[in-house]
Design a protein around this ligand. Structure first.
Ligand code: 8YV
Length: 326
């Protein structure tokens, strides 16, 4: 949240220079960033290449979103760049290894979005199992009078698998405990101090569950983790929820599984090529389609914006980031 300058704000900055805004951000965040720091919005410049030719040496920090990241070529063009600050918990769009090799630190906005993303994952699970959106369409289409709505799948007491038990996965699990579900999870190594069953592979997780909720981080390490085989293991009575990244699911395989009824349904907040959604999914009543809105509440986006500003402030004042990526 924007606040008046304090003596801390006015302390001599460790990094004097320009903050380069690489992608569009929330208007209020853009405004505060520009009020507090010398900021250049690269994507709004008529000739970004000319700016980089002439002023690249001014830039000490870059602010971007999880969607856009910072390309290696841009890092290469900014000789004094010391920090990349992401709006969003995901940062797979920035090559962190490459950044570190150039002495550039990277931050994201962890934790502040856990609750909203988990709320939406559970909401999506209930929607797709109880067919809330489909039943709503049924009423609106005037079909209620003709025939009662078909029966749906019970949520409470079901076996739910969580793919990736990080901060968001745990928040999902905590909520699902309230539904008396039997919770298992799949992660590379077992997580200490959780009462849930660890399952070593995504295939085994899917095979033993009624629904799988994907919360694992995106990036090359998880690309296609939910494969055709995993979807078949989930089976015609199984549901998929994805609030992570579209890349984690083999989307053509998912489309085929939905079309052929080889899974019961899916709640999807993320897609392989956003904002493009495969036609077969648009035409299916078995899927809930959301436009990447899991963190999209006033409260959470404000908290994410605040954390971006705090990271920039800390870097400009002390040369270190507040929430560096692990
Ligand atoms: C945002 C997200 O929609 O945090 C993330 O990684 O995917 C979402 O919270 C995204 O950051 C906006 O770019």
């Amino acid at each position: 949240m924007s606040h008046p300058a304090t003596p801390d704000d006015l302390a001599a900055p460790a990094a004097t220079g320009t903050v380069l805004q690489v992608s569009p951000l929330l208007p209020a965040l853009e405004k505060t960033l520009a009020e507090r720091h010398r900021t250049v919005r690269l994507h709004e410049l008529p000739d970004p290449a000319a700016y980089l030719r002439e002023r690249a040496g001014d830039v000490v920090a870059a602010v971007t979103s999880a969607r856009f990241g910072v390309a290696n070529s841009l890092m290469g063009a900014l000789p004094r760049l010391g920090a990349i600050v992401h709006f969003g918990v995901g940062y797979e769009t920035t090559d962190v290894v490459h950044a570190r090799a150039r002495g550039i630190d990277v931050s994201n906005t962890p934790d502040v979005l856990n609750d909203c993303v988990a709320d939406l994952a559970v909401g999506g699970l209930i929607d797709v199992m109880r067919e809330l959106s489909a039943a709503d369409r049924y009423v609106r289409a005037g079909r209620w009078g003709a025939a009662p709505y078909p029966l749906t799948s019970r949520v409470s007491g079901k076996r739910v698998g969580i793919l990736g038990l990080g901060r968001i996965g745990r928040a999902v699990a905590r909520r699902l405990e309230g539904f008396g579900t039997d919770i298992a999870y799949c992660s590379r190594v077992p997580v200490a101090d959780v009462p849930y069953r660890h399952i070593p592979t995504a295939w085994e997780l899917a095979a033993g569950c009624d629904a799988v909720v994907v919360t694992v981080a995106g990036g090359p390490g998880t690309r296609g983790l939910v494969s055709a085989e995993v979807l078949d293991a989930l089976g015609p009575r199984g549901f998929l929820v994805n609030v992570a990244r579209g890349s984690v699911v083999d989307e053509p395989a998912l489309v085929a599984a939905v079309r052929e009824g080889r899974i019961a349904g899916a709640a999807l907040d993320v897609f392989a090529d956003e904002p493009n959604v495969p036609r077969a999914l648009l035409e299916s009543d078995r899927v809930l389609l959301l436009p990447h809105v899991a963190s999209g509440t006033h409260e959470t986006r404000q908290a994410m914006a605040d954390l971006v500003l705090d990271n920039v402030r800390r870097f400009m004042a002390e040369g270190v980031l507040l929430t560096p990526v692990p």
